[in-house]
Design a protein around this ligand. Structure first.
Ligand SMILES: O=C1CCN([C@@H]2O[C@H](COP(=O)(O)O)[C@@H](O)[C@H]2O)C(=O)N1
Ligand SMILES: [Zn+2]
Length: 349
């Protein structure tokens, strides 16, 4: 057997350098022709305004509050928050076998647009930039609460991702503790930074830009990649070129540039199967009000479930739940498909 490692043919595992976890890749299983197909789906004829939608301007929300007649983006405190900001901080421990901690938090919902029937890929870059600016404003104002230690900005898009309302929106959950996924990524970035005095993602980005095989799109301030360790078929990561620890430090130019990167990526996603491409996406950044985190490098994960058509998704079940995530198509194959997708949305005639 040749000792040169062929990422394209033998089953192998890949290391996620951010979390320390491994993904099993079975490239030999995709020797059959790519069956990515465009399916005829029922036309999406949602109205621009839906009188029953709790996110549309001027409408009642479930708890009786009324939305203003907003014309850009709109943020409000979640009426059914998973975390409450009056929870006392307390912990529970029974012989180190039953361990629990109270969690205090503040959750917000952001409507990206007054239009009920639009999604990020169909929005103008300038309107996406106003969403990014609002994310930065909310991040900064939430950070002023000293009890808040971490802020998770995210979007669940599409029914298949449990999204309860098609109106374009995202959420911000801020909490008094640092969640597990972030502790993993902090640990790995801290270890690398301590040795190399530069961020893990700066080094990773430099290598990926040299190789180019997993780059999907690049602009002045951000790079969109399918990460070497991607788990979901068309998973991507957006990484800032500047080593920024959080969105707090984004300049005006970086805000506009992130909006451009999100626009191009989500347009390519929609073009892949000519459907509104579902995903859960969120940014990862340094914890707040808990010391310095110079090792942290801002990035944004996109976790889309679709595998080979608008209705065929990857299932993370069985082996993935019990042993480790597994994928057939390689990160390189996915990146090539996304690179080839036009930057103009398929609905734009
Ligand atoms: O009137 C309402 C309905 C839904 N919501 C909140 O909107 C959020 C939307 O969640 P999704 O991103 O999963 O669709 C959800 O957390 C739900 O609690 C309100 O805050 N007010
Ligand atoms: Zn991350």
């Amino acid at each position: 057997m040749s000792n040169t490692f062929d990422l394209d043919s033998n089953p192998h595992t890949r290391l996620n350098i951010l979390t320390g976890e491994w993904v099993l890749v079975s490239p030999h299983r995709t020797k059959r022709p790519w069956q990515g197909k465009v399916e005829e789906l029922s036309p999406d004829n949602r109205p621009e305004y839906d009188p029953k939608c709790y996110l549309c301007p001027g409408n009642d929300r479930a708890d009786g509050d009324v939305n203003p007649a907003y014309s850009e983006s709109f943020v409000f405190k979640n009426d059914f928050s998973a975390l409450l900001d009056d929870t006392p901080l307390a912990s529970f421990n029974e012989a180190d076998l039953l361990v629990a901690n109270n969690q205090k938090g503040l959750c917000k919902v952001i409507s990206f647009s007054p239009k009920h029937n639009i999604t990020l890929p169909e929005m103008k870059v300038a309107d996406i930039a106003s969403v990014v600016a609002l994310w930065q404003k909310e991040f900064n104002s939430l950070s002023e609460n000293q009890w808040i230690k971490y802020i998770q900005i995210f979007e669940n898009k599409g029914e298949i991702m449990g999204c309860s309302n098609p109106h374009p929106h995202g959420q911000i959950w801020s909490l008094s503790d640092i969640p597990a996924e972030l502790l993993k990524e902090t640990e790995r970035q801290k270890n690398y930074y301590a040795v190399h005095r530069k961020s893990l993602l700066s080094a990773y980005l430099q290598l990926e830009l040299e190789i180019q095989e997993r780059v999907v799109y690049e602009n002045d301030h951000f790079v969109v990649l399918v990460p070497f360790w991607a788990v979901w078929p068309y998973e991507t990561i957006i990484i800032s070129k500047r080593h920024l620890t959080s969105i707090k430090y984004f300049t005006e130019a970086e805000i506009k540039s992130l909006a451009d990167a999100i626009k191009i990526l989500t347009v390519k996603y929609d073009n892949l199967f000519e459907t509104s491409f579902p995903y859960s996406a969120g940014m990862h950044q340094a914890p707040v009000n808990s010391g310095d985190y110079p090792e942290w490098h801002w990035h944004m994960h996109f976790y889309p479930p679709l595998l080979r058509s608008a209705t065929v998704k990857k299932f993370m079940v069985g082996y993935e739940m019990l042993a480790s995530p597994q994928r057939d198509i390689t990160a390189e194959f996915a990146a090539k498909k996304l690179r080839e997708m036009p930057q103009v949305h398929y609905k734009v005639k």
